[in-house]
Ligand binder design. Sequence first.
Ligand SMILES: [Zn+2]
Length: 388
Amino acid sequence: MQFSLLLPQKVVFGWDKRSEFGAIAAELGTAAVVVHGSRTLRTSSLWSELMAALESHGVQVVCELGIHREPTIEDVDAATAMVRSSSPTSDMVIGIGGGAAIDLAKAVSAMATNQLGESVRDYLEGVGEGLSIENDPLPMLAIPTTAGTGSETTKNAVISVDDPPCKKSLRSENMIPKIVLIDPELSVTVPQSVTAASGMDAITQLIESYISSRATPLTQSLCIEGLKHALPNMKRAYVDGTDQAARTAMAYAAFLSGVALANSGLGMAHGIAAALGAYCDVPHGLACATLLPIALRTNQTASRKQQVILGKLFAKNPHLSKEDAIAASISHVEALCDDLSIPKRLRDLGVRKEQLNDIVVGSRGNSMNGNPRVLTDEELYSILEEHW
Ligand SMILES: [Zn+2]
């Protein structure tokens, strides 16, 4: 057996654990850049509570940045300029929010200390000058609030690029946040549509990581643990956002999905979701949810052994025949998508048929490399057309 495992240095998890926020932040520095997502959080009493905790632990906020969509090259460059000119000089970054806020925080923490290129573009995979993150990023504390992307545990930040339209990663093993603080209570006010999309993103990450051609027994055990918590609780968290047990289970599953994917890669749902985001502005979690049943059908021969195990787990029936278990692995996901009112067809996500060729090209990223079944462009096009 061979594997390598990347993890944050410290993870603090639990309901109301934000009460430790000030003390945890003070472990990393005294002059913080704070990156947040939604305006709702920024204007809430919770925000005042968090900022007061920083102050009482001797941590000064020297720069505050907001982001409400996946960060673009321009967003990162503007944020980096602010951070580099902050006074006193910042010595740590705190990211609070969904995947976009945490990705911007990760990008800024890396760009603050790596100044060879003029723009983050020079460091992006596939489009830039091929510069790499040589210096340690500023130490970072990540506080996810949406129970979805798992970005708090991964080594890359996803950046939107306009020309050509695509999503590219800024990537370095040193970009994994040093400390992760997960308080499921922070997700209680997340709107129902975001609960569905981010929860299905986590479930897609757990399933794609489990069947990925780069999976290891260790990452697969994390995926099974995550799915055991996510599947019975996804709909409960969607129906009643204040359900403490359901919110805790989804936050735990989302965290595990991030650790798993960072160490195993993903598959075609994530590959295509990146293209749907870049060309058609489809939110990441929603794209993943629509694509997950399609990915399971496409891979059912290539990942037969894994889908038999998943089907028995989903149906809670270890005695299912192999064929019935594979069918159950797909039908349970389809039923969950129906419960959450997830669109079934690409056209319902706003995709135009003439965009399918571009989507095939745009799907060929890092995620697609982990897909169990290797797909030609023609095969991928016909799958997309069938589900358009
Ligand atoms: Zn995802």
